[in-house]
Design a protein around this ligand. Sequence first.
Ligand SMILES: C[S@@+](CC[C@H](N)C(=O)[O-])C[C@H]1O[C@@H](n2cnc3c(N)ncnc32)[C@H](O)[C@@H]1O
Length: 213
Amino acid sequence: MRKKKWAKPYIEERTDTVIQAPETCKGRWREILGTKEVRLEIGAGKGSYWIGMGEKYPDTGWIALEKSPDAAAIGLKKCLTPGSNMKYIVGDAEGIDEWFAPGEVDVIHLNFSDPWPKKSHAKRRLTAEKFRKKYDVILKPDGLVILKTDNIGLYEYSLEKMNDLFDLIERDDDFRKTPHDEDVITEYEQEFMDKGQPIYRAVWRHKEKINEE
Ligand SMILES: C[S@@+](CC[C@H](N)C(=O)[O-])C[C@H]1O[C@@H](n2cnc3c(N)ncnc32)[C@H](O)[C@@H]1O
């Protein structure tokens, strides 16, 4: 994406929605969003999923996390009057365990995450061990990770690797073959659907911790 000079100043202006110091919200997200449920979308891109789901489910808290200020600013511009249940963090997923208290998140959404196909880049995938360990901390005991992707490589990698800390509870290898009005279509998803490509979707539940004492 081309650099946008206006992106960073615009993000700073949007104090209504952008959480500039997410570490100060740790343990208080339910109170801040005014909801019982907290959902975190990692890699929100230009924001269509966050906007669509936030408007469709106003009783649920929706936090978008995006590391590219340029993409984040486009999403924020599309959403001038977000509900009080919608907040935005511009930052890298590496920080999530500093911004969310243990067990504070109900659901993590990974929509069309970068596949990083080279083995040498595998650590950057959002289902790599480094990130799984952070999801294990911030997700509530029966919390969910929901992945949608067009990329068979990332899908198969995730199905194999997530097993250590999560149980696979749903899997659909052609999710958009049937209508799913409950779930908003993301920008990337629409592009792949237009090309006739299947959308892969998997849902994992946080594994119960065995008390080791
Ligand atoms: C392929 S795009 C998908 C965007 C959107 N979810 C969609 O489905 O249209 C992946 C996005 O994830 C973001 N991303 C990748 N790694 C990230 C990380 N570690 N932390 C936050 N965002 C990340 C990228 O900047 C990019 O905007």
